[in-house]
Design a binder for this molecule. Structure first.
Ligand code: ATP
Length: 616
């Protein structure tokens, strides 16, 4: 278990393996690409170029005001003639009014800018979330086999939040810093090129420092976001698997595991923050040293009569102003890095390969009869380990075919391929003589009423869950479907009836009841091919038989695939196919296969031995 726990981050989907699903190990380490990430964020922001332009103009105005203010303050001081003991009152008043107007303008522009940027940022975040969610719908199912849902959720929540918190602040700040630096530099050069060179001595130091620190901390921030994702995975899996945790008394272990990843998160967050935090104090030291250097150089130059004392003082003020934006960038450094790490994880998900698009000449198939043909189908989840090898069979419209075989034989895989949840390695699958690759995915999936092994109910009412397969169905149709699925009785007895709210885990219903709702949902779909994958495994045998009878009558003119371990439930199928070793071992009616005394006979006998009551 310790080994299992340690692999949460390496194989984030492991929790599902504990629940019985099958996983593929695919670590998703990618080189960090800060420049590319910034470029992509900016490209996205440029969707709102008009608003961004307004924000830049407002920032320019605000920066211009802040660059001008020291000059005005200097002028205000000059209205005092200290030697003569006089004040130019009119001049002072004008300048003070202009200064007040400048402050007012700065306030108005900054406030408006804040509002504008908040709107753009939220639009950006909404766009990213929408793209991410849409992407989730297009990513092949195999992607989710290898990742913890918590990590994917963390990308949609924590990472996106991280971007939103920083983008609005940082973009304005960066633009304003660039403008202030440029403006101040121009004024400084005008005042004294020599002194400007002295002031710029600190810049290479600043760049070196930022580069060194960013090299250290950016990796740590990415790690921090990954650990946050891993922690999300643990939380999600432990909530879903809470009963297992309690049943096997693993509370201490999972708490210890949580504490371990939490401690790792704390450690790398602390390291990342510490490294990022070094920048600000270092910057202060560099700025103060630079200030001292400017003062010394200015003093020397003024003693030699090359510069007036007043100019040195102005210069010192501007050199402070020059350092300020650098300091503010240093102050935001940690946030920016953390947001970039989040953005990188978001883009990583957005860049995941999507399900192969439908071919251009795909067809919409209507009026499906239900003929299903597998022709030399080969498939593997993991390259090199084929699950199905050259499997061929034909099922005629209206035929009821049962797929049986040992656990892990490949029965569900046949369903997965038929519904095109996964793509074939070789061979073809045809429905009504048309290759499924030539059928649009939407109409293809509309061909099936599927009840999968893992019943999933969405948060909502029972009626909504049944109606999920056909949203336009009336209440009567929903009830009729529930009636056929033998679900109407228990639903009607619930205090809330069809309006009872169920959740994803639907713990307020028994497993069998959930299966009945799923069957009602499949019946309501009224699709031409019915697939029941262990659909009634949690229902009592009597009800199971009744449901099957009802379904088979309903589906009389259509094709049905039944997968069941309880062989008693499939003996009336038109054909039973035994899957094993990636192949179809035998195929025929119950009686024919029993007479054959092959794999099916063995299975029946072993179930009889266990009291399966199949009635050979
Ligand atoms: N998503 C997956 N990734 C990797 N391997 C998988 C995946 N799903 C199934 N497999 C593997 O493919 C094989 C066939 O699995 P499948 O689910 O089709 O078996 P099954 O016959 O339906 O079993 P069961 O009776 O337990 O439902 C198994 O060996 C399984 O480990």
């Amino acid at each position: 278990m310790a080994e299992i726990n340690k692999s949460y981050e390496k194989m984030p989907g492991l929790g599902r393996a504990l629940g019985g699903s099958h996983q593929r190990f695919r670590p998703h380490q990618k080189p960090r690409n800060t420049k590319g990430t910034i470029r992509r964020l900016l490209t996205m922001l440029l969707q709102w170029r008009g608003t961004m332009l307004a924000a830049v103009l407002l920032t320019t105005l605000s920066s211009a005001v802040s660059i001008t203010l020291p000059l005005l303050i200097g002028r205000a001081v000059n209205t005092f003639n200290i030697a003569a003991g006089t004040v130019d009152t009119a001049g002072l008043t004008t300048i003070l009014l202009v200064i007040a107007a400048c402050y007012l303008t700065a306030w108005a522009t900054d406030t408006t800018n804040g509002v504008v940027m908040a709107k753009v940022t939220q639009k950006l975040v909404k766009a990213i979330r929408t793209q991410l969610f849409a992407k989730l719908q297009k990513i092949p199912l195999g992607f989710f086999d290898t990742r913890a849902h918590g990590d994917t959720m963390s990308r949609l929540t924590n990472d996106v939040d991280n971007i939103s918190q920083t983008v609005s602040q940082a973009t304005t700040q960066l633009v304003s810093s660039c403008l202030t630096i440029t403006g101040t530099l121009v004024i400084m050069l005008t005042l004294s090129p020599v002194m400007t060179c002295v002031a710029l001595v600190s810049i290479p130091l600043f760049l070196l420092l930022t580069r060194t620190i960013s090299k250290r901390s950016s990796g740590l921030f990415l790690e921090q976001q990954r650990k946050l994702g891993a922690l999300g995975g643990i939380i999600e899996e432990n909530i879903v698997g809470l009963k297992m945790v309690k049943a096997f008394n693993r509370q201490k272990n999972v708490t210890a595991e949580f504490a371990r990843v939490n401690a790792e998160l704390r450690s790398c967050s602390a390291k990342a923050q510490t490294w990022a935090g070094f920048l600000m104090p270092f910057m202060n030291v560099i700025n103060n040293l630079s200030f001292g250097l400017i003062a010394t150089a200015g003093g020397v130059l003024s003693v030699r009569g090359m510069l007036s004392v007043g100019l040195v003082v102005s210069f010192l003020t501007y050199s402070r102003q020059f350092g300020m934006p650098l300091n503010s960038i240093a102050g935001m450094f940690a946030n920016i890095q953390s947001a970039l790490a989040g953005a990188e994880r978001v883009f990583e998900l957005l860049d995941e390969a999507e399900e192969a698009a439908d071919r251009e000449d795909v067809r919409e198939i209507t009026d499906v009869k239900g003929k299903v043909e597998f022709k030399d189908v080969t498939f593997s989840y993991i390259p090199g380990s084929p699950v199905l090898k050259d499997v061929s069979f034909t099922v005629n419209p209206g035929e009821v075919v049962a797929l049986v075989g040992e656990t892990g034989a490949g029965k569900t895989t046949i369903v997965n391929l038929l519904t095109r949840f996964y793509e074939l390695d070789g061979g073809r699958i045809l429905i009504d003589d048309t290759d499924i690759l030539d059928i649009s995915r939407e109409t293809l999936r509309g061909c099936f009423s599927v009840v999968l092994q893992e019943t999933f109910l969405f948060t909502g009412t029972i009626a909504d869950n049944i109606r999920y397969s056909r949203p336009t169905a009336t209440d009567e149709e929903v009830r009729a479907a529930a009636g056929l699925a033998h679900a109407d009785d228990f639903i009607s007895r619930l205090p809330g009836g069809y309006e009872t709210i169920v959740t994803g885990s639907a713990d307020n219903l028994s497993l069998g009841q959930r299966q009945l709702i799923a069957i009602a949902r499949a019946i309501l779909a009224e699709a031409p091919i019915l697939i029941l994958d262990e659909a009634t495994s949690s229902v009592d045998t009597k009800t199971e038989k009744e449901i099957q009878q009802a379904l088979l009558t309903l589906m009389k003119s259509h094709t049905s695939f039944l997968i069941a371990h309880r062989l008693s439930t499939i003996r009336d199928a038109d054909r039973i196919m035994v899957i094993g070793g990636g192949e179809i071992l035998e195929s025929g009616t119950h009686n024919a296969l029993m007479a054959n005394k092959g794999a099916y006979y063995e299975m029946v006998m072993s179930q009889l031995g266990m009291g399966g009551g199949i009635g050979a």
